[in-house]
Structure formats: C-alpha cells, structure tokens
Design a protein around this ligand. Structure first.
Ligand SMILES: NC(=O)c1ccc[n+]([C@@H]2O[C@H](COP(=O)([O-])OP(=O)(O)OC[C@H]3O[C@@H](n4cnc5c(N)ncnc54)[C@H](OP(=O)(O)O)[C@@H]3O)[C@@H](O)[C@H]2O)c1
Length: 311
C-alpha cells in the first residue's frame, strides 16, 4: 500500500470522518455504518445474535435536570443506534440514568433496535419487584430483555422472582453481575449451580483475571458474558496516552486505542459483548467502529497483550 506523505491513508480518513461526525452530528445514510454489518455473537441459551458493542450508562447518563448535557446525550444515543448498537445497560444504582435513557428513547431520531438491560439492586422480594417495575416505567419499555442481579445483591431471593418473570414472559433473559474482581468465588459457585443466561463482569486487556476461571466456566455452562469496564473506567487510555497505535492493528480494522481495547475484550471466545460508557459523540462513534471489520484471532490477541504489557 502506498503510504506516501501526500496521500491520506484509510486510517486517517476514518479518523477525520469520525471527528467531523462528532462535531457536526451524523448525516443519516452517509455514516461509516452505511452498507456495513456489525459483528454479532450468539447468546448461548437462545442463539439470538447480539452486536458485540453495547453501551454502559454508569455516570454518563446520570444527568436529569441538565438540559445541555441531555441534549448531547441524545446525540450520543443517536450515534449508538446509527452504528448498529442494541444493548443498553443500566441500573437503579446509576442515579437518574434510567430516567434519562427512558426520556431519550422517546426523542432520539433514526431507527432503533433496543436490547434493554437493567438490574435489580435492593434487598427483599417485594422491594425487588417494586424496583423492577419502576425501572420498566422509567425506560418506557413493555418488558426488559435482560434483568440482572446487581453485584449478587440478595441474589437467591431475586433469582426466584426472575425465574417466575421469565416463565411469564415479563423478561427474556436472567443475568447476574459483578465488577472489579469482587465476589468471584461466590459467582463461580452461583454460576455452577443456578440457571443464568448472562453474567456481567469486568474484563479488559489490563485486567484479565476472569480468564482463569469465570470465562471458562461461562463457556462450559453456555452463559453469555458481558464485559463491563472495558476501558477500566478510562484508565487504559491514561496508559496509552501519547503512545502510537501500532501499524499491525490495521490487519483487524482497528483505528484507535479505544477500538484496540474493545476488539481485544470481545474477541475472547467466551465474551458475547462489551458495554463501554461515554458521554461524547466522537467517542461513541469510535467505540462503535470496533464492532465492524474483523476480530483479532488467538495469535493476534497474544501480540496485543505483549504490546500492552510492555507499554
Ligand atoms: N457491577 C456492575 O454491574 C457494573 C460495574 C461497573 C460497570 N458496569 C457497567 O459497565 C459500563 C462500563 O463501565 P464504566 O462506565 O465503569 O467504564 P468504562 O466503559 O471502562 O470507561 C468509561 C470511561 O472511558 C472514557 N471513554 C469512553 N470511550 C472512549 C474513547 N473512545 N476514547 C477515550 N475515552 C473513552 C469515558 O470518558 P468520556 O465520557 O469522556 O468518553 C469514561 O471516562 C458501566 O457504564 C455500567 O453500565 C456494571
């Protein structure tokens, strides 16, 4: 390939377009997504396909009452759908996030295919039912696709409620979450003995702890895996600041460090999708770009690890 000084490379062009879209909003039909198919993975318990890049909402969507921030979040959400995103993850723990998501789902323009995922985060059966119903109203959805027990809180009680709700068609999938290496032993025994469709845990190139036991167990038990904190809350970017993205990443369609981290997380065979959070349109477009092209294979993943570890 000619990479002469006077020619703009594909990578520079993509960055330029993403930057322009971030500044001026996206013109439907002219986006990078047009004519391209997002990479999807199957939910093991059903075979349903999910785009590998979803969206988290902790912190970023906790913006009730702030008109300026909400107007920007509408564009963030619009970009998410425009680039083929479906799974949005939230929780009653995230302040006003569910309220803001629900309001924006009503106003965001363009086509939407929503896979609605939230959590139950309280103690007791009645309190759990009340909280889940409030979440449903805040989102304005008929039912949640995925209801997760947040950080294993009162999980034995909520699991019984969720099993009944799934049987009645009030939710489609049951999940359980943790983050940051917490509760791994309890989660291992829970996943080994109870019927979960999804597990959500922290996994990123700087924190590969779950590769030892939780990811192999999820694969063995046919449990879909959502990787939360795929950027370690942004810390990964601090580690790569001012470091050039290696040329060889172009082989798997990677154009930024954000895409490097996301493609790494979702290319683990046991991982179904990742849910990066962002408050910025250009970051959303960057992140969604990781869901196009190809994913790194085993040898490439090793090369990525070696490169990152040596930074
Ligand atoms: N126990 C649980 O159930 C649990 C625990 C933790 C997280 N989660 C879920 O997982 C989601 C993701 O985790 P997280 O929000 O903690 O952290 P994260 O997604 O790893 O990182 C978010 C940070 O990355 C930055 N960022 C995003 N895209 C970027 C890009 N392309 N380039 C540069 N910076 C970028 C964001 O800043 P900007 O806003 O400036 O883009 C933000 O500071 C949460 O929102 C939540 O939905 C669940």
């Amino acid at each position: 390939m000619n990479r002469g000084n006077n020619r703009i490379g594909r990578r520079q062009l993509l960055k330029l377009i993403a930057g322009l879209a971030g500044s001026f909003w996206i013109t439907p039909g002219l986006s990078l997504a047009a004519g391209r198919t997002t990479i999807k993975k199957a939910i093991p318990s059903s075979g349903e396909l999910l785009p590998v890049i979803g969206m988290g909402s902790s912190g970023t969507f906790d913006a009730a009452g702030n008109k300026e921030v909400i107007a920007n979040l509408e564009k963030v959400l619009g970009a998410f759908f425009e680039y083929g995103g479906t799974m949005i993850d939230s929780s009653p723990m995230y302040g006003s996030s569910e309220q803001v998501i629900g309001a924006l789902l009503k106003t965001v323009s363009g086509p939407q295919t929503l896979f609605a995922a939230t959590k139950v985060w309280t103690d007791g059966k009645a309190s759990g039912i009340t909280q889940m119903e409030l979440s449903r109203k805040l989102w304005g959805v008929g039912r949640f696709d995925l209801m997760q027990i947040h950080n294993l809180r009162d999980w034995k009680v909520h699991l019984e409620t969720l099993k009944a709700m799934k049987t009645e068609g009030k939710i489609r999938y049951i999940g359980i979450t943790t983050s940051h290496g917490r509760y791994h032993d309890e989660l291992l025994s829970t996943l080994s003995n109870y019927p979960f469709d999804f597990v959500q845990l922290s996994y990123n190139i700087g924190n590969r702890e779950v590769e030892k036991a939780l990811l192999p167990l999820a694969a063995e038990r046919g449990i879909a895996v959502i990787a939360n904190r795929p950027f370690a809350r942004g810390n990964l970017f601090r580690q790569t600041k001012d470091k050039p993205l290696p040329d060889w990443t172009e082989a798997f369609g990677c154009n930024s460090w954000g895409q490097f981290f996301l493609k790494y997380a979702v290319s683990h065979p046991a991982v179904t999708c990742a849910i990066p959070a962002t408050s910025k349109v250009h970051h959303m477009i960057d992140n969604m770009g990781a869901g196009f092209g190809v994913l790194p294979d085993k040898a490439m993943r090793k090369k990525m690890e070696d490169h990152f570890d040596a930074l």
